[in-house]
Design a protein around this ligand. Structure first.
Ligand code: NAP
Length: 485
């Protein structure tokens, strides 16, 4: 007897109801592990986005008028329900986009932590009393929610990127229209079901999936949406910024990166290599903050490469849902092609292929999008990989002689999201961390994201910060009130 696997069908969530898209169309979600359909999701368009905007607009007055304490209580319930279902959330993340289950569990925990952090912050959106220079005047500020927010998110952290946006918006008193990434509609659906169960009033969050450009245009051109918070590529971010300018909408942009990771000769080599591997190959190299350029000081290059190669060749590749797997597939065929192009271009221009360098076939998952963990040495600035985001498991290694030289090279990019270096010299740690033109710096640290820390970039990597002590700030307007007594 053949087993018939049920394919989940993800609807839209508008005004507290699960509904079909106006067109009635659904698209297929393909697993990067098997190359087969894992779910179908609503192919929403501009009309669906309009329905969602109406719902978010209608819900705004009541939600924003609720006390911060009462909003925090609902967010706490969401957090608790997420805690109860961490494994289910992690399984969905891994099934949809292929990341190893251990990493998916970390993401699910972090996603829940964003909800908890913002539930706590909801109660601390303080205004100020300002000393006056005129005796009969009293000056103060209050902070009010900006209005309905459009949140557009990406597939590489399909749950954590959603809660990192939605939780502070809700905590601040904003309502939300969420556009989930096409590759990962299910993670957003799970989150919305939890929010529904926690008692979030109808219309406070609405979910649309489908045509990115049509939904995006509807959200960007509607005056009722007062803010756009986006995580994705710099290219799409710029398009959204241009459209947002027409209505002077507030924006938060979490965009692409091209992170330098520097290993100085005084670093603990074993720790540095372990750190580079964790950083570069986490999420199969598909993170905005993973190293895109590994700079190793000339004097330790040979030793570094030997150890790096040995450890990289031991990485276990396969179906992310299997416990022992350390490296999953990349997200789709287009990603594989980009990686192939970057590696071929580098080798053609003189880079040395230390290990890996080709598509990899995993037994039982022959249609999956797997690529070998790859190291390139002798990489030069003229190669594509040195200035474009690869978003794959390829570590390009450059060498350098001096601290001044490597800082100049590290900063020579339009991006400015994350940067890292390994050293045991305290003075150097201070100097280099201050000189790097990036929103975030890891010193002997390969993992930067923390709910308590402000996450975001400078230059073309973005505008604004998510998480950290000011996480609500981007969703609040400061109003100045002057009173004559
Ligand atoms: P993307 O192609 O820019 O897509 C991101 C989101 O934007 C998706 O939901 C996508 O929808 C939507 N979108 C695409 N075109 C649009 C349009 N014209 N109007 C409105 N929405 C539109 O990026 P991606 O490939 O998903 O993600 C990878 C990029 O995200 C990398 O550059 C990475 O560095 C960056 N990233 C940054 C951060 C950060 O915090 N800075 C975090 C994670 C990722 P569809 O899915 O339907 O196409």
């Amino acid at each position: 007897m053949t087993m018939v696997q049920t394919i989940e069908k993800h609807q839209l969530y508008i005004n507290g109801e699960w509904v079909d898209p106006v067109s009635g169309e659904y698209y297929e979600v393909i697993s990067p592990v098997t190359g087969k359909v894992v779910a179908k999701a609503a192919y929403g368009n501009g009309s669906d986005a309009k329905r969602a905007i109406e719902a978010s607009y209608a819900a705004f007055s009541e939600w924003s008028a609720m006390t911060a304490r009462d909003r925090a209580v609902i967010l706490m319930k969401i957090y608790q329900l997420m805690q109860d279902r961490l494994e289910e959330l992690a399984q969905k993340i891994s099934a949809e986009m292929g990341k190893p289950i251990r990493e998916a569990r970390m993401e699910a925990r972090q996603a829940a932590e964003y909800v908890l952090w913002n539930a706590e912050e909801a109660k601390r959106a303080y205004g100020e009393t300002i000393p006056t220079s005129i005796k009969n005047k009293r000056l103060k500020t209050i902070r009010q929610p900006i209005g309905p927010v459009a949140a557009i998110s990406t597939w590489n952290f399909p749950l954590a990127m959603v809660t990192r946006k939605v939780a502070p918006a809700l905590a601040a008193g904003c309502t939300v229209v969420l556009k989930s990434a096409s590759q990962t509609p299910g993670s957003a659906v799970q989150f919305l079901k939890i929010a529904e169960q926690a008692g979030l009033p109808k219309g406070v969050i609405n979910l649309v999936s489908g045509s990115a450009s049509k939904i995006g245009d509807a959200l960007l051109t509607d005056k009722r949406i007062r803010k756009v918070t986006f995580t994705g590529s710099t290219e799409v971010g710029k398009q959204l910024l241009r459209k947002a300018a027409d209505q002077v909408k507030r924006v938060s942009m979490e965009l692409g990166g091209h992170a330098p990771l520097i290993v100085f000769e005084d670093a603990d080599l074993e720790k540095a290599v372990t750190g580079v591997i964790a950083n570069k190959f986490r999420n199969t190299g598909q993170t905005c903050i993973c190293a895109n350029r590994v700079y190793v000081q000339e004097s330790i290059k040979e030793k570094f490469l030997a150890l790096f190669k040995e450890k990289v060749e031991a990485i276990k590749i396969g179906n992310g849902l299997e416990e022992h797997v350390e490296l999953g597939p990349v997200v789709n065929e287009g990603s594989l092609q980009k990686i192939k192009e970057h590696v071929e271009d580098a080798v053609h221009k003189g880079a040395t292929l230390v290990t890996g360098g080709k598509k990899c076939v995993v037994k039982g998952f022959e249609c999956g999008y797997f690529y070998e963990p790859t190291i390139l040495a002798d990489v030069k600035e003229s190669m594509l990989i040195s200035y474009e985001e690869t978003f794959g498991p390829v570590a390009p290694v450059f060498s350098f002689q001096t601290e001044e030289e490597v800082i100049q090279k590290a900063n020579d990019t339009d991006y400015g999201l994350a940067s890292y270096f390994f050293t045991q010299d305290l003075s150097r740690a201070t100097r280099v961390s201050e000189a790097l033109e990036y929103g975030m710096v890891g010193i002997n640290d390969d993992a930067l994201a923390a709910v308590q820390g402000p996450f975001g970039g400078v230059k073309e990597s973005g505008i604004g910060r998510e998480g950290g002590p000011d996480s609500l700030a981007d969703f609040l307007e400061t109003k100045f009130i002057s009173t004559v007594i």
